[in-house]
Design a binder for this molecule. Sequence first.
Ligand code: UT7
Length: 330
Amino acid sequence: MANQSPILGVEIAGWGAALPAESLTNDELIAKTGIDSSDKWVQERTGIKSRHFISGEENILTLAIAAGDEALRMSGMGAPYNVDRTILATTTSLFKVPGTHQDILEGLPIVGGYSRPEASSKEVQTACTGFVTALLEGYRGFPVDGDEMDLIIGADTLSTIVDPEDRGTVILFADGAGAATLRRNNRRRDAGLLGWYEETDGSARPDLYCELGDAKYVQMDGREVFKRATRIMVKAGKIALERARVSIDEIDLVIPHQANIRIIDFAAERLGVKPDRVVTTIDHHGNTSSGSIPLALAETVNAGRINRGDKILLVGFGAGMTAAAAVIKW
Ligand code: UT7
């Protein structure tokens, strides 16, 4: 779909983040898992210094609810929340059927929960691209004239599907969730989604996958994913910018999927964006899959680095291989 009309007058009204209580440094992770690695190797090859893992009662639902709750409060809502649509992006759903999204309606709590016919929820699974996929779904499904409150959440606990003895993956993946709300603001007719791009290249399937079943772990060809990731991020970012009719120089901040600092640096250079306009949180979050971009977004807005009117580029990629990019006027 080459011709796109921007979706305007819809703004990100709130944002939230949730990280598990436990954080492990590289040395702590190496000691815990017994893998043959070093803090130096992990920092140099990935940019990661520490990451969070769920423990005790924590799971993707508790993280998704915590992030969603923060985003809704920031949007000026008081519980019980009046949310029309909830879209959860996750790769690590708690159930095969029906999923995890429906439990968010009760857990938050959202007015009427399961019994309110107008409130809907769904789940998307495009691996680490998930949050951008869900956000695009939210914008594109937003009623043209009417008002509604959408809650978009990216939540993942990759620690539940990573082999603790596989040094190629255990050092990368982590747990976390982030959320954003979409709401109409007729006083800000220029804010919204300016352009986007989505792609799936199924030929990359063997490079990164996880089968269903107990003791089935993520299988990854790191080098191959690395090469494909840089290519697809640059392509997705460029096409979304073109469609938005925005040049890279007009972009105030790029928020890429936090997979590896070397992938981010390489893609940023190829996109022609200076490092000070690229958000990186990988050093303290690791790769939290669907949680990565909304966690980085929340941290960046909270730090005062994004202001109303700024143009931001979100670029995600993940297993599939999927990719999605969105140019947003904040
Ligand atoms: O959300 C998307 C998900 N995935 C990604 O984005 C992953 C993309 N790929 C990567 O980030 C990198 O490929 C890795 C971080 C996974 C690996 O880094 P690399 O620089 O590509 O290393 P490599 O796979 O080329 O391996 C180089 C060496 C190998 O040893 P030999 O064969 O040269 O003796 C590996 O066995 O490094 C070894 N190695 C490690 N050494 C210490 C692999 N993992 C580790 C480790 N500690 N944790």
